[in-house]
Design a protein around this ligand. Structure first.
Ligand SMILES: *Cc1c(COP(=O)(O)O)cnc(C)c1O
Length: 415
């Protein structure tokens, strides 16, 4: 990809844009929340819609000239309804965090109670972390995964809900490799008359393709990010039943956002359209199969996985047993040196700081987009092992960096 027009007016930014295309081509994007959108989504997101103010909703805007943005927002909504089977969809949240904010602002008062998973156990900042607005506006208590098994402890969650009497229970996670039992959590919320927000941010694509059970029609509210497994470009969405439609829509605008990012909504429409094609089901199935193959390869190489494996697009490696002296940060840095880009991640029962950690999280959505299969992912597991076993050995790292280059060249991106 060339950025000739940017180059004419701004060579510094053009250099950075071109360098980023090269970086994405020449490295393995294994951050579990990342993906590579199609060139069609890129084009829609980089379109003239960035010029247009469209406060309001299709057919009822505060500004004139909205006929074309209306067409696109309606397409995004219709396609999202079809993908996830929702009664009502709001496609305007700027990001997943803003989608969650819309639900909290619609249903809670400041001081109300949130019960959610602890960040270090796989939760998200926007679920009640003290440094986030959720931790500052609301009264938050958190549940955890079972430290022995790494699985959600649904019984403890139910007991915690009874004791704490929350106004909302939040499920859906950033670093949880296993299938989530939405019904069980809905029952725990119902038992204490709380709402249930299922934040499917990471697994929107897996849910759309039937690779993971759907929270839609089970949880009171479902939120998601659109740039992760669903591959529709940066943004967020809220899905709910018709009875909450007005509450959610008015929480988004005028409640917490101004003009919608219509160029991003155009990207969502195009990406959702792509996800309705039959090939997307194959993509989602391959993403999960690849994560399983990666996990098995890592285990064969002596690594322990939190929960012993995966049902999704990601694995969470606990380094404490296999590599006592290698922190998550050490592993992340050594892997980045060879072109494998993933992140250090806390593990259940974490003893190190969140900046250091004892784990790494690795996902397959982006690799699968560029054509990786199970065999490739097993091989990537071997490469990760060679690096983590030799974090300070520059010769080994130079060899692995060449192997990574070969993989990248065999699976080209943005040709
Ligand atoms: C990624 C993620 C979000 C949203 O993050 P944004 O960066 O705001 O899109 C929300 N919840 C969970 C569980 C996530 O993993």
């Amino acid at each position: 990809m060339k950025y000739d027009r940017v180059r004419d007016v701004d060579p510094k930014v053009a250099d950075a844009l071109e360098a980023e295309v090269d970086r994405q081509r020449d490295t393995l994007a294994m951050i579990a929340s990342e993906n590579h959108v199609s060139e069609a989504v890129l084009e829609a997101q980089g379109s003239v819609f960035t010029n247009k103010y469209a406060e309001g909703y299709p057919g009822s805007r505060y500004y004139g000239g909205c006929e074309h943005v209306d067409t696109v927002e309606e397409l995004a909504i219709e396609r999202a309804k079809e993908l996830w089977g929702a009664e009502h969809v709001n496609v305007q949240p700027h990001s997943g965090t803003q989608a969650n904010m819309a639900v909290y602002f619609a249903m809670l008062e400041p001081g109300d109670k949130i019960l959610s998973l602890d960040l270090t156990h796989g939760g998200h900042l926007s679920h009640g972390h003290h440094a986030n607005f959720t931790g500052q506006l609301y009264d938050v208590e958190q549940y955890e995964v079972d430290p022995e098994t790494g699985y959600l402890d649904y019984e403890a969650l139910r007991d915690h809900a009874e004791e704490f009497d929350p106004d909302i229970v939040v499920s859906g996670y950033s670093a949880y490799p296993r299938e989530v039992e939405w019904e069980t959590i809905q029952e725990a919320a119902d038992a204490v008359d709380a709402y249930h927000l299922a934040d499917m941010a990471h697994i929107t694509g897996l849910v759309a393709a039937g690779e993971h059970p759907s929270p839609v029609g089970v949880a009171d509210f479902v939120t998601g990010s659109t740039h992760k497994t669903i591959r529709a470009g940066r943004g967020g969405i809220v899905l709910c039943d018709e009875e909450y439609a007005d509450d959610i829509d008015s929480a988004v605008i005028p409640g917490m956002q101004g003009g919608p990012l219509m160029h991003n909504i155009a990207g969502k429409a195009v990406g959702f359209g792509e996800a309705l094609e039959p090939e997307f089901e194959e993509y989602a199935a391959q993403t999960a199969a690849n994560a399983e193959a990666l996990g098995e390869s890592l285990q064969e190489n002596g690594f322990s996985l939190v929960s012993g494996g995966t049902d999704t697009h990601l694995v969470l490696v606990d380094l404490r047993e296999s590599h006592e002296d290698v922190t998550g940060k050490d592993a992340e840095e050594a892997l980045e040196d060879v072109g494998i880009v993933l992140n250090a991640n806390t593990v259940p029962g974490e003893t190190r700081s969140p900046f250091v950690t004892s784990g790494i999280r690795a996902g397959t959505p982006a690799l699968t987009t560029r054509g990786f299969d199970e065999e490739d992912c097993r091989y990537v597991g071997d490469l990760i092992a060679r690096v983590v076993n030799n974090v300070d050995d520059e010769d080994v790292k130079a060899e692995v960096a060449e192997d990574v280059q070969e993989l990248c060249e065999a699976n080209p991106l943005y040709e």
